[in-house]
Design a binder for this molecule. Structure first.
Ligand SMILES: Cc1cc2nc3c(=O)[nH]c(=O)nc-3n(C[C@H](O)[C@H](O)[C@H](O)COP(=O)(O)OP(=O)(O)OC[C@H]3O[C@@H](n4cnc5c(N)ncnc54)[C@H](O)[C@@H]3O)c2cc1C
Length: 154
């Protein structure tokens, strides 16, 4: 059985000069398989220049946002990130693995907390910290979150 399902790209949004976010249409029959927790990631597979390339991207939408979205920063000389930034458009089919990852936020509606996210900003402009922040705010409105971002990594 294939680990991948072919999803259709619903929307591509330019987030910064060198990053895009991509949302997928998830058919009703696959909604359960693609339910996710803040902090999880998707593995995408595509044919890039005749080569099968698989790469992982953190889900940047919140679990209750009603969409499945990842953000991809273009890495110089990078196969998949260049393809994603330059060539992927709405309606394109992309092979996507079910959400994975155990480094997740387990929000507790009864607990008022201050969540601190540290992210190398340009690498993941809207990724897991963003998903975690949305999730924590939704579960307990008295919870706070702070995000520290760094400069571009070398
Ligand atoms: C769990 C997880 C979550 C992630 N989440 C995100 C996310 O939310 N957003 C995001 O943007 N990224 C994320 N990443 C990183 C992402 O998976 C890719 O690694 C990234 O997009 C680069 O892939 P690429 O195919 O573009 O680059 P690659 O083709 O893999 O190349 C990477 C770099 O290596 C260089 N290189 C490649 N081959 C060679 C070679 N033979 N010799 C010398 N140099 C070489 C390239 O020039 C480039 O600079 C995540 C990774 C993981 C594991």
């Amino acid at each position: 059985m294939s680990l991948f399902n072919t999803l259709t790209v619903a929307d591509v949004r330019r987030e910064t000069a060198d990053s895009v976010s991509i949302a997928f249409d998830v058919p009703e029959a696959l909604k359960g398989d693609f339910a996710f927790t803040a902090g999880q990631y998707l593995t995408l597979k595509a044919d890039v220049g005749g080569r099968e390339v698989r790469r992982s991207y953190s889900i940047c939408s919140g679990p209750t946002d009603g969409e499945l979205r990842v953000a991809i920063r273009k890495v110089e000389g990078g196969l998949f990130s260049t393809f994603a930034n330059d060539d992927i458009g709405p309606g394109d089919p992309i092979d996507v693995m079910k959400p994975d990852g155990r480094f997740v936020l387990k929000p507790d509606a009864a607990r008022e907390a201050h969540y601190v996210c540290i992210a190398p900003a340009p690498a993941s402009p809207r990724s897991c910290p963003s998903s975690a922040r949305r999730c924590s705010a939704n579960r307990n409105p008295r919870s706070r979150s702070s995000m520290a971002t760094g400069p571009r990594s070398p």
